[in-house]
Design a binder for this molecule. Structure first.
Ligand code: BV8
Length: 231
């Protein structure tokens, strides 16, 4: 019964029409990271940040999970051992594609967080600056996403599963952001077989046992077939 851990990044949602971060026309080409993905940026201009995430929430609402998301759900359903998807993405395409055992380590667009009392609640439409928290009534709603300098979610659980992984795959992530980019080293220490699935080798590509290049909607279903055949 092998344990499989899969880290996903913006590239797995690219073919669903969701912009990645570091492509020439990507999200970070349109906004300075420090302005929209840091607590300091939110404190300085909360409207800019709230509008940035409102725009992405609308984009995701109009998108559909693609064959790569669905293939990971099939792997979870048919693999005899544990399959954990750890996503850096804040879209809900993994859930809508059928994945259940999932960690949003950088948070989620469809969740709001109270900066005052840590209460979380679902949000589908636009967030307003100074929106009231339904629990403490303070005007302290913020996007429930992990900004640079903030601690990603469920790190203990992630490292626990990485410590007993037999297979680790990184799909559609550039390996620029830590601690996610360090997961391959953790999996390697656990003796896992590691594969990087991307359009091109990344800056951490050399740390993987193997790589599969090509668009995720083609490479991920083929990789899942291979894993399930070896079950
Ligand atoms: C932390 C928010 C520790 C949500 C994001 C100073 C202080 C504190 C920390 C640091 C510091 N200096 C550096 C750090 C660490 C920092 C970091 O790593 N900085 C980098 C830039 C050097 N990390 C952090 O701050 C993290 N927290 O370290 O806390 C700590 C310790 C103690 C106390 C407090 C804290 C927090 C990191 C999270 C930041 N939030 N997003 C949102 O807006 O979405 S990061 C952002 O980048 C997204 O979450 C995104 O998911 C993530 C990674 O990007 P990728 O997903 O990889 O996307 P990218 O566009 O880069 O790449 C896409 C890939 O897909 C490409 O490779 C492309 O080839 C491929 N692709 C494209 N199309 C396809 C495809 N592949 C296949 N098929 C296709 N069709």
């Amino acid at each position: 019964m092998s344990t499989i851990v899969i880290l996903t990044g913006a590239g797995i949602s690219a073919e669903s029409g969701i912009e990645t971060f570091r492509a020439e026309t990507g999200l970070w080409a349109q906004h300075r990271v420090e302005d929209v993905a840091t607590p300091e940026g939110f404190a300085k201009d909360p409207k800019l940040v709230v509008d940035f995430y409102n725009g992405r929430r609308i984009q995701v609402a109009g998108a559909e999970p693609n064959a790569a998301h669905k293939a990971l759900a099939r792997l979870e359903a048919e693999h005899t051992g544990e399959v954990l998807v750890v996503t850096q993405n804040v879209d809900d395409l993994h859930e809508r594609g059928g994945t259940r055992n999932l960690i949003h380590m950088h948070g989620a667009l469809n969740s709001a967080l109270c900066a005052g009392c840590d209460h979380r609640w679902p949000i589908a439409g636009d967030m307003q600056v100074g929106q009231q928290c339904p629990a403490c009534s303070a005007p302290t709603a913020r996007p429930d996403v992990v900004w640079f300098g903030e601690m990603p979610y469920e790190m203990d659980r992630i490292f626990d599963v990485l410590g007993r992984a037999d297979f680790f795959a990184a799909i559609g992530t550039s390996g620029n952001v830590y601690p996610a980019a360090g997961f391959v080293a953790e999996a390697t220490r656990a003796g896992a077989d590691t594969v990087e699935i991307n359009m091109a080798p990344t800056i951490v590509g050399s740390e993987f046992t193997s790589s599969i290049m090509g668009p995720a909607t083609q490479t991920v279903p083929a990789w899942v077939d291979k894993i399930l055949k070896s079950n």
